[in-house]
Ligand binder design. Structure first.
Ligand code: ZN
Length: 657
């Protein structure tokens, strides 16, 4: 591991706090040191308060900040003397501790200080860095971990036995550090948890961390426990989308709410899953308490969820669980599933949660395999895992988080997603917490939204092979399809019947009607497996009820689509799938309505452009967003008892009313 310190970069950070920001970001850049908000750093500064008196403050990482992207505002200033005094108390509950941290800050707008703040305070060094470095944990999480840590560092680090993060850990560290630290001490190792380094400057503390972690890496290398063998993976061409959607349904039912499921089949994951001893080595617990909070419990091996959830419930109700209210919070669904065919499956309430679980587990895979090569992986006990999972602070966070957005854990698929009404539907559904798959013939769909909850696939909907391939990929991303928004369509140039060629006619029918039959048919097995009962929304047109001259192909295709929606509602009602249609008109902010087209259409009616745009009973303009909001709401609880409905969104049309 190399120091990423760069004089030129560092030159842009002036002062101790700014340099604290800089080296914290350097730690955050290396995912084998810290992952997703794991790890924390601090600096001790003397500042004048409003009365002109000097005070010693601990600026410590605030919760909710990632080291990689931290700013000065991400550090919370806490009165140092108070923190040191707290470490002398015989006991302090977690909630009391958080109260003390928050009430002794000197900036009311700062985030809640890290729960490891007292630990930073008691270390008598200006800069303190703390990581959950993979290499150190690979050594501590073995049978003879303690002895091996001593072998690597001799008296350069103080070693603390495993104890759950919080006040008791800080108190124990304070006692052991003052008893055991010598002039040689440059760090502190917390068994099954991580490592601390410290120094007089931001650079020395950071580079000490790199040096200490490098020693652990070199030790693993010398013990031939560093390089993890990878097997060749075979790319799976098989159709797995029904299998994946079934697994997601079962996990969602066990959790009691819909979960997203993401598949990972890279060489690192598959080599691990294909090990002969996978059943043994994967069942020994997460590597650090930090990982427990994110990945919850042990992985499920294979797809049989029922025995897993009942074993989990039984274990905790018989052996560990005491308070009844804890039982009510028990959600026994796995967050990680290891399957020889599917690969590493990670589950989460949001795509971001599922991605965090995957990142953490991929590091766990490295840690477990290196520990195995060294001396046999040995993780936290089941009791320790439970204690972290049901930690007072984690429970308080859960209680505070309130009601999740309406579509959390659900997947919407939007066709024609790259522009106009489709693009607006993507945004409306993302805003309501859904994960969204966008299909479009334009490749701009791939990168149209940069968020873990969106996946775009380029796909010609008139090519059945491409549709099936896109669905296979999409289901590997989020685990299924719960809401299908059939929006893609075309509006050809005006053409009277006597001049309409068969080829032009077929082209319109192909995309506007035939492709929707294919989508419905191919999505049906997944819609049937939706944890919350699926919904389909058709984007129809005013033309169904009020066709226009010169638009035969379009009007006929939309009329046919209308009948398709009706028959689908009749056939799929028994599966609880709701089918509803919106009929927009004159949505001018879409691709087909260029300024020129609007101007010429306005002229032909003898109207101004502004007048033409409001040519409806309410005299209002209809936007893509208006249509998308209606589409998104049609999938929600307000319309839970509605199917087969046709709803105009056109400002009122005298030919339709
Ligand atoms: Zn920690």
């Amino acid at each position: 591991m190399k120091s990423l310190w760069n004089d030129q970069e560092a030159g842009e950070f002036q002062g101790d706090l700014a340099l604290r920001v800089y080296t914290s970001r350097l730690l955050g850049r290396d995912t084998s040191l810290v992952l997703h908000g794991g790890g924390n750093t601090s600096v001790k500064l003397r500042e004048k308060n409003i009365l002109g008196n000097e005070e010693d403050l601990l600026y410590v990482k605030g919760s909710g900040w990632d080291l990689e992207k931290i700013e000065a505002a991400g550090f919370s200033p806490v009165r140092l003397q108070h923190l040191i005094a707290l470490a002398g108390l015989p006991s302090l509950s977690d909630l009391q501790m958080v109260n003390e941290l928050r009430t002794h800050m000197t900036n009311a707008a700062a985030p809640t200080p890290s729960v490891e703040a007292i630990l930073h305070a008691i270390l008598p060094y200006k800069f303190v860095d703390h990581t959950h470095a993979d290499a150190v944990i690979s050594v501590t999480n073995t049978r003879d971990g303690l002895q091996r840590i001593r072998e690597i560092y001799s008296d350069r680090v103080v070693v603390i036995p495993y104890i759950m993060p919080g006040f008791d850990l800080a108190r124990l560290c304070a006692q052991m550090f003052s008893a055991e630290a010598t002039t040689n001490t440059v760090g502190m190792v917390l068994m099954n948890h991580g490592i601390f380094s410290f120094g007089d400057s931001a650079r020395s503390s950071y580079e000490r961390m790199i040096e200490l972690v490098t020693l652990a890496e070199e030790y693993l290398d010398h013990q031939e426990s560093w390089h993890i063998p990878l097997t060749n993976i075979t790319t799976s061409e098989s159709h797995l989308r029904t299998d994946i959607a079934t697994l997601r349904l079962n996990a969602s039912q066990a959790a009691g709410f819909p979960l997203l499921l993401t598949i990972h089949r890279d060489a690192r994951c598959m080599s691990f899953i294909d090990r002969d001893d996978i059943e043994k080595i994967s069942q020994q617990g997460p590597a650090t308490p930090d990982h427990v909070i994110r990945t919850k419990r042990l992985p499920l091996i294979g797809r049989d969820i029922e025995p897993y959830t009942s074993a989990y419930k039984n274990y905790f109700s018989e052996n560990v669980l005491t308070a009844k209210d804890k039982l009510s919070m028990l959600d026994p669904a796995p967050r990680i599933i290891l399957d020889h065919e599917l690969g590493l499956c990670t589950l989460g309430r949001t795509a971001k949660d599922a991605a965090i679980v995957a990142d953490i587990y991929k590091h766990t895979i490295d840690i477990i395999q290196r520990s195995e090569m060294l001396d046999g992986y040995q993780a936290l006990s089941a009791k320790d895992i439970f204690d972290v999972e049901y930690w007072e602070l984690e429970q308080a966070k859960l209680r505070k988080s309130g009601k999740p957005p309406v579509y959390n854990g659900e997947v919407a698929l939007v066709t024609g997603a790259a522009s106009g009404i489709g693009k607006a539907c993507v945004n409306a559904l993302l805003a309501r917490g859904a994960a969204v798959i966008g299909l479009d013939i334009q490749d701009t769909v791939i990168e149209m939204v940069n968020t873990p909850g969106f996946a775009g696939f380029k796909c010609d909907l008139t090519d059945e092979k491409q549709v099936v391939a896109a669905l296979e990929q999409a289901v590997r991303k989020f685990g299924g399809v719960d809401m299908l928004i059939l929006n893609a369509g075309m509006f050809p140039p005006s053409c009277n019947i006597e001049s309409l060629t068969t080829a032009d006619w077929r082209k319109v029918q192909n995309i506007n009607i035939d492709s929707n039959l294919v989508m419905l048919r191919e999505c049906f097995p997944m819609l049937k497996l939706s944890p919350n009962q699926a919904r389909v929304v058709f984007v129809g047109s005013k033309n169904v009820a009020a066709p226009g001259p010169g638009a035969a192909a379009y009007s006929v295709s939309k009329a046919a689509l209308n009948q398709l929606a009706r028959v689908t509602a009749l056939e799929w009602g028994k599966h609880g799938i709701r089918i509803n249609t919106v009929h927009p008109d004159a949505v001018f902010d879409t691709g087909i309505w260029t300024e020129d087209v609007i101007e010429s259409r306005a002229k032909s009616y003898g109207l101004s452009v502004a007048g033409y745009k409001k040519k409806n009973i309410l005299q209002i303009q209809i936007t893509s967003r208006d249509v998308a909001e209606l589409v998104a709401e049609l999938c929600g609880p307000l319309f839970a008892k509605t199917t087969g409905a046709h709803i105009p969104i056109d400002g009122g049309n005298d030919r339709v009313i």
